[in-house]
Write a protein that binds this ligand. Structure first.
Ligand code: SAM
Length: 437
């Protein structure tokens, strides 16, 4: 089907000195697409995080930010496929800004199915004049091919960087395809609730108690959030804190704690919690989150590797910094920002933090180690050699209803984005539990 005729002046028509004198006015840049361009340039050309890039957008209407995020996230999720579709139309590599605009146009035409007349001319208006004709011609071709063009590609493979595909194939075999497929969709909104809080209307109750809303739900409009009864936390992210079985009379150190989802769970369970975080801005956010929920915990600004509180704890939760490859559904910039070499240095840091944490555990106490990574170096390989003084305390099937298949023979829990696929999946986490010897 041919795209409908565009009544605007042809974008490649000369714009400049006009017969009557003076220059043609510069085309008005569509604010949503201009913002999407800023986001993609930040992530793909400057290697900045998508959230950080969103925060750096000039104050504009919320609608533009949300729509720009939707477009940019679509491009990041399907980057390999989009580039494969653009490739035959590009004789040479265009400047980065022009490539990003082409990707925006292609994502809108193929993924969001925005009508071509709304996409093509406003993408043309975003690029320098010499590239107007190219963008117009390429996007018209993409529009003519339509979304069916995507179906002819091996999108799962194309949209996954090779180093991640190889690592996941080695770890999960054919499961790599299901993981890659899960990364195409935005994650639902999951809420954890304070004990005794009413289950929110309209939410789906998952086997672990999480209240799940469809992707795109605005948390700030939900009654349980407004009432301070709930916080955003992926179903898988709610599991590590539960494995400590914390309650009144138990002292727990939540190490690497911000923004505090797990601190909130531990405090809500009645434990005496000390939350330790190295990043002062994130620590501030943790305090704000606890205040919003009317929960209390001691908060400490410290590097866990150096922290010496002069006491030991009955429970320790180490939710260690990691590559976050388990959260790609929520953070589609991750595959484009992380490098294979990051995994080794993060694994070294996790080891150091695990060794330091083990020294803080009271005799008989329990330690849970967790990362939101799908990489074995940041999970199974760490747990296979516990620090001195710790022995394995295998997680039992009855502790993780609905996730029995995710338990390894060693009693470690490995969640993946393709688990509970029919209900919207979950983040990829690794969890192992130990006891002080
Ligand atoms: C995976 S996030 C923690 C998420 C948190 N547990 C929650 O549930 O909301 C890791 C956190 O560790 C912090 N961090 C990284 N290295 C640290 C260190 N050496 N000491 C303390 N905190 C650290 C990061 O700033 C980040 O906030």
């Amino acid at each position: 089907m041919r795209p409908p005729a565009d009544r605007r002046p042809r974008p490649d028509a000369p714009r400049g000195p006009r017969p009557g004198g003076g220059r043609a006015p510069a085309p008005r840049r569509n604010p949503t697409r201009a913002a999407a361009l800023a986001l993609l340039t930040a992530v793909l050309d400057r290697h900045r995080g998508l959230e950080e890039a969103l925060d750096a957008l000039p104050p504009g209407e919320a609608r533009d930010r949300a729509a720009a995020h939707r477009i940019a996230a679509g491009v990041l999720r399907r980057l390999g496929s989009i580039d494969a579709i653009l490739e035959p139309s590009l004789r040479r590599e265009p400047p980065p800004e022009v490539r990003q605009v082409l990707r925006i146009g292609a994502a809108e035409l193929l993924l969001l199915e925005t009508p071509p007349h709304a996409v093509v001319s406003s993408c043309v208006d975003l690029v320098p004049r010499p590239f107007a004709g190219l963008v117009n011609a390429v996007l018209r071709k993409v529009a003519a091919a339509g979304p069916a063009a995507l179906e002819e590609l091996d999108g799962e493979r194309l949209d996954t960087p090779t180093w991640l595909w190889s690592a996941w194939h080695a770890a999960y075999g054919p499961g790599v395809r299901a993981i890659a497929r899960a990364h195409r969709l935005p994650a639902p909104l999951d809420l954890s609730l304070k004990p005794g809080a009413a289950f929110p209307e309209g939410a789906e109750r998952l086997p672990n108690g999480t209240a799940r809303f469809p992707a795109g739900t605005r948390i700030t409009e939900l009654d349980s959030f407004i009432a301070g009864d709930a916080w955003a936390q992926d179903a898988a992210a709610s599991l590590p804190a539960r494995l400590l079985n914390a309650g009144p009379g138990m002292s727990v150190a939540d190490l690497c704690a911000a923004p505090g989802g797990k601190t909130a769970q531990l405090a809500a369970a009645g434990a005496e919690v000390v939350a330790v975080e190295r990043d002062p801005t994130r620590l501030l956010r943790l305090r704000e989150n606890l205040a919003r929920l009317s929960l209390s915990a001691e908060t400490v600004h410290a590097d866990v590797a150096q922290w010496n509180p002069g006491r030991r704890f009955d429970g320790i939760l180490l939710d260690a910094p990691c590559s976050a490859t388990g959260t790609i559904r929520r953070h589609p910039d991750v595959p484009h920002l992380k490098r294979p070499t990051d995994i080794g240095s993060l694994a070294t840091l996790q080891r150091q933090l695990l060794e330091a944490s083990a020294k803080l555990l009271a005799p008989g106490g329990r330690l849970v180690f967790a990362t939101c990574s799908l990489q074995r170096e940041e999970g199974e390989a760490q747990a296979a050699t516990p620090p001195a003084g710790l022995v394995p305390d295998p997680i039992r099937a009855e502790e993780v209803p609905g996730l029995e298949a995710a338990l390894s023979p060693e009693g470690w829990l490995r969640t993946r984005p393709d688990l509970w696929a029919g209900q919207g999946g979950m983040d990829g986490f690794f969890m192992a539990r130990f006891r002080a010897a």
